[in-house]
Design a protein around this ligand. Structure first.
Ligand code: PLP
Length: 488
């Protein structure tokens, strides 16, 4: 493909993409194919000879569309949103066009410098404490996912804890140090609450340390409390274990609960070596609005924070923004410099090499799409977007409340998430009686999670049974895809 055939192919591709978005509301959200459907539509071997672009493009509609779940449909309500916008798509196009895996500043200064600038913009937009800005000792870096951000923070936490312990013990001999580190690692425990995203447990598996979850309760709104954190730390320490890392959450996956940051800050005063990471993957977007920024101020003594622009802030996947208060913690843990990566600029210490802030070496030019999105909407546009969703979520909750014969609200609305169950006692009565012809739009952009995490309670069993019913009820009426989540 040369420049002129690329131009024609890209134009027809863009026409089809624009047409896809225009017709999206009328497409069924869920595919109606069986597992393995694609094998029967594609050849068993790669083509021996080149194919023309029109025949390749035609296969999108013929083979791919039938197997797509349309996350961008206005009728898709599962999970948290996964943004896609035209400016975000344009950012992806430019990123692909420029393909420059700029692991070092030198590998493409613009890639690094734009990232530093937009991360500082974002830190200010979210009113993060000053320590998270690059002008001081902190800064932001774009990761692929919140899970990656959590793992990166956890590895930095582990290394910081071990470094401090070795310093305290005054060990200088390298072999002795290595032996002692191996010994100490076996005692380390990463913490999350019962409601933390599973990425914390996964990160602990990868980081090779223990993981413990701290119970939450319905009375506390499924938030992690200072009281239960302190009790867990004391319990672990009495067994000779060392809690070194904790994920706290602004907007948990199940119910959008907000952990008790102020009480947790008090506990941290007694355990300063505990690294606290704020996972705000979804709800962090709301911090662009002043009315939510009191939360940001509560992160002042926490080490790291992440939010996903690709969830609620109009940026295409992937764009998870990780901020730290001390970038040295990342670089101390992740920087290894073989001869082929050395250069005068890195050696000068005047530039940022993002390879030392992340797990991979190479990296995509993700700052472009964030830059495009922020400039296209402006801060005021992004605030309006978040506020509109929150309003729709409230409208949705009002509608649910108006049908207390049918639904019980378990939590929320919190941000734009309402968690409900179908009233198990009434469902038989209402199933045939759901009115047709209601306008589905008020439900748009709201999220319906279904069950909280409370293992083996009777309520949970009922909620799970009701969840199945709600799928059936709603699927019969219109094409929506609701979220159900149950974690024991
Ligand atoms: N943290 C929270 C609170 C989430 O809700 C999610 C996903 O929904 C994640 C982390 C994981 O996100 P990612 O897919 O970016 O790893």
């Amino acid at each position: 493909m040369d420049a002129s055939t690329f131009t024609a192919a890209a134009q027809s591709c863009i026409d089809e993409i624009a047409n896809y978005y225009t017709t999206l509301p009328s497409r069924p959200v869920l595919p109606s194919i069986q597992p393995g459907y694609l094998r029967s539509l594609l050849p068993t071997q790669a083509p021996q000879d080149p194919e023309s672009w029109p025949s390749i493009q035609a296969d999108i509609e013929r083979t791919i569309m039938p197997g797509m779940t349309h996350w961008q449909s206005p009728n898709f309500m599962a999970f948290f949103p996964a943004s896609s916008t035209y400016p975000g798509i344009l950012g992806e196009m430019w990123s692909a066009a420029l393909t420059a895996p700029a692991f070092n500043w030198l590998c493409s200064p613009a890639v690094t410098e734009l990232e530093t600038i937009v991360m500082d913009w974002l830190a200010r937009m979210l009113a993060l404490p000053e320590g998270f800005l690059s002008q001081g000792e902190g800064g932001g870096v774009i990761q692929g996912s919140a899970s990656e951000a959590v793992l990166t923070a956890m590895v930095a936490a582990r290394e910081r804890w071990l470094r401090r312990a070795i310093e305290k013990e005054g060990i200088t001999d390298e072999e002795e140090k290595e032996d002692r580190i191996c010994e100490l690692r076996g005692k380390l425990v990463a913490l999350g609450s019962q409601q933390s995203h599973s990425s914390t447990q996964k990160a602990a598996n990868i980081a090779g340390t223990r993981f413990r979850s701290i119970a939450t309760s319905r009375e506390d709104g499924f938030a992690l409390t200072g009281r239960s954190l302190r009790a867990k730390i004391e319990e672990l320490k009495s067994k000779g274990l060392e809690p070194y890392y904790l994920t706290v959450t602004l907007g948990t996956t199940n119910t959008c609960a907000v952990d008790q940051f102020e009480a947790i800050t008090e506990v941290k005063k007694d355990y300063p070596d505990l690294w606290i990471h704020v996972d705000a993957a979804y709800a962090g977007a709301a911090l662009v609005c002043e009315e939510y920024q009191h939360y940001s101020a509560q992160f002042a003594s926490f080490e790291s924070f992440n939010m996903n622009m690709h969830k609620w802030l109009l940026t295409n996947f992937d764009a998870s923004c990780l901020f730290v208060q001390h970038r040295r913690d990342l670089t101390d843990a992740l920087s290894i410099t073989p001869a082929y990566l050395r250069n005068q600029f890195s050696d000068s210490g005047l530039v940022t090499d993002y390879r030392d802030w992340q797990i991979p070496l190479g990296r995509r030019f993700r700052a472009l799409k964030i830059w495009f999105v922020i400039r296209t909407w402006g801060v005021s546009g992004l605030q309006a977007h978040v506020r509109r969703h929150i309003k729709l979520g409230e409208m949705f909750a009002d509608l649910v409340r108006g049908r207390s014969d049918l639904f019980n609200i378990l939590t929320g609305p919190s941000f734009a998430l309402t968690v409900l169950t179908v009233n198990p006692r009434r469902r038989k009565m209402v199933e045939p009686g759901v009115a047709d012809g209601e306008d589905p739009r008020p439900y748009q952009d709201s999220h319906v999670a279904v069950t909280p995490q409370e293992a083996d309670s009777k309520e949970l069993d009922e909620a799970n049974a009701a969840t199945k019913e709600v799928y059936e009820l709603v699927d019969k009426r219109r094409e929506v895809f609701f979220t159900s989540s149950v974690i024991g």
